[in-house]
Ligand binder design. Structure first.
Ligand code: HEM
Length: 504
């Protein structure tokens, strides 16, 4: 034997350490020309820590402020905070593709949905079968189903949570809004609502389970090696099946039941979203997956948009007063129905301003959404080596002063009023980045989300007044790609208004 055992072990260890060091230095060198916090050049731990903190979007925003519009956030990651450059990266025709991160969003580790497909061909082919259903053209009662849930939401507040001078019934608006969005999306996706508003509690434990699992999923998404392990078919026996989990599993089973009747020898044919997917050739297995995606992608995001916009309205007395008085005026003039129709809402400029300003101030979907190119590219004048994950920083993009003005950091819907068409279009295009627009991965549910937003604020504020219970601590909000938000405690009172039709 050439060496003794201890010497061989020591040499082996030294070789390993050298190999790790060389690999680290090489990894560091790739992005060393891009500024960023020191440790991000050497390890993913800075990014993982930010992800775990519940403040990742704010941290990324601060990073752009300190290091510039393109900053290094891990050895193979940069964050982009410039809306003009982001639109180029997300442009439909370009060298950019989804990064590995998206694999971390898979619920079924062995099958992709539109939301997780990395391969453009797989993604585009799935998406083509979904577009007509999401667009609402093949769906007979999309607006009616949303109206029904809006009125149920109103009914819940009216029947259980109205405070008066003599009785005080604080309500967590964050939770009730989520019940509303879950019922909207399930009614559209399954043809049958989950019934959260009626139950007035997390009856399926869906909220509880997603709040526990999503932060964990978001961390695993940063570790492709870990995804390789947990998504390996060989290790299937080791990994818990989402189907057996309380909450998410229940939703998956409901999706299976809903899909079951649409396939087979005597399929039920309906002009609803699922019916449209089937008619456009979506397979049974894909239909199950996409129905679950609808619930996951469509409930928290819309709920966050509604909660945060309501919070901004409640904390800006001038906006509150103007909005309510414009609603009253329109009700008096017979310009809006109850609930307001989508067409009427689009003719209500101050409402459109509030919706966009709310989406701008608090982007609801803040996942890193990394795009990767196979070739070196230039962003903000800086060379981005092939294979680098380019994430976005919603808080930087939506507070860009060139687009939104010097006071971009405050909620001021007036910035959308009385401006040139060109300026409005530029601001609108920028806010629509919240939906991944204009990319090939643009949110499929954007149309549905906008209908929900169009209807909700008007219906709530024409009927009720809202007061924050504790303005010094308005809510609990945890940022983990989606927002986990609760304790938006408010006092709700009825408004004297003779123009409101009764529920039922
Ligand atoms: C305010 C509410 C919403 C926001 C801000 C939002 C935002 C987003 C974003 C940023 C993406 C990802 C784009 C990318 O991968 O680069 C996305 C994708 C998606 N969203 Fe939404 N979303 C919202 C509501 C909804 C709703 C209500 C639904 C379902 C009814 C939905 C269904 C989807 C689907 C299916 C995808 C995948 C699209 C694809 O990969 O082609 N979203 N959304």
């Amino acid at each position: 034997m050439l060496y003794s055992y201890p010497t061989a072990i020591l040499l082996g260890l030294a070789g390993l350490v050298t190999w790790v060091l060389v690999a680290r230095v090489k990894a560091y060198a790739r992005l060393s020309h891009i500024p960023g916090p020191f440790w991000t050049g050497w390890t993913d731990l800075w990014l993982i820590r930010a992800q775990l903190s519940g403040r990742i979007s704010f941290i990324l925003g601060d990073t752009n402020t300190k290091y510039g519009p393109i900053a290094r956030i891990a050895p193979n990651w940069v964050v982009l905070g410039d809306p003009f450059e982001l639109r180029k990266v997300w442009g439909v025709r370009g060298p950019w593709h989804r990064g590995d991160w998206y694999r971390g969003l898979r619920l079924d580790p062995y099958r992709d949905s539109t939301f997780t497909a990395l391969d453009d061909k797989v993604h585009d082919s799935l998406r083509a079968k979904l577009v007509p259903g999401y667009g609402g053209k093949d769906v007979d009662n999309l607006h009616e189903l949303i109206d029904e849930q809006v009125l149920r939401f109103v009914h819940l507040l009216e029947s259980k949570y109205l405070s008066t001078d003599t009785s005080y019934k604080p309500v967590d608006l964050a939770r009730k809004v989520q019940y509303f969005t879950l019922d909207v999306i399930s009614a559209l996706a399954f043809g049958k609502k989950l019934g959260y508003l009626e139950a007035d509690r997390d009856a399926f434990h869906y909220i509880e389970t997603t709040e526990k699992t999503i932060p964990f999923l978001m961390v695993t998404a940063l570790m492709p090696w870990f995804l390789d392990i947990i998504q390996s078919p060989k290790l299937k026996w080791l990994i818990p099946d989402a189907r057996n989990m309380v909450g998410i599993g229940t939703v998956m089973q409901l999706a299976q039941q809903a899909v079951q009747s649409r396939y087979g020898a005597k399929p039920e044919v309906k002009r609803d979203m699922l019916g449209s997917f089937v008619a456009h050739g979506l397979s049974k297995q894909d239909a199950e997956g996409e129905s679950v995606v609808q619930i996951i992608a469509g409930s928290d995001t819309s709920a966050t948009a509604i909660r945060s916009t309501m919070l901004f309205i409640m904390t800006n007395p001038q906006v509150y007063a103007r909005f309510q008085s414009e609603i009253d005026e329109r009700v008096r003039d017979g310009l809006i129905s109850s609930p307001i129709t989508d067409a009427e809402a689009k003719q209500f400029p101050y409402l459109q301003a509030i919706i966009r300003e709310g989406l701008r101030m608090w982007p609801p979907a803040t996942g890193l959404l990394p795009k990767v190119s196979k070739s070196d590219e230039i962003i903000c004048g800086v060379r981005i080596p092939a294979g680098t994950n380019v994430a976005w920083a919603p808080w930087s993009v939506m507070r860009n002063k060139t687009v939104f003005g010097d006071d971009a950091g405050i909620f001021r819907p007036e910035r959308w009023m009385d401006i040139s068409q060109d300026r409005w279009r530029l601001m609108d295009q920028t806010v629509m980045l919240d939906f991944g627009s204009p990319s090939r991965w643009e949110c499929l549910g954007k149309n549905i989300a906008m209908i929900e937003l169009n209807k909700t604020y008007v219906e709530l504020l024409r009927r009720f007044d809202f007061t924050l219970v504790d303005p010094s601590h308005p809510w609990n909000s945890f940022n983990a790609a989606f927002f986990i938000q609760k304790d938006l405690n408010v006092r709700v009172t009825a408004r004297e208004n003779p123009y409101i039709p009764c529920f039922g």
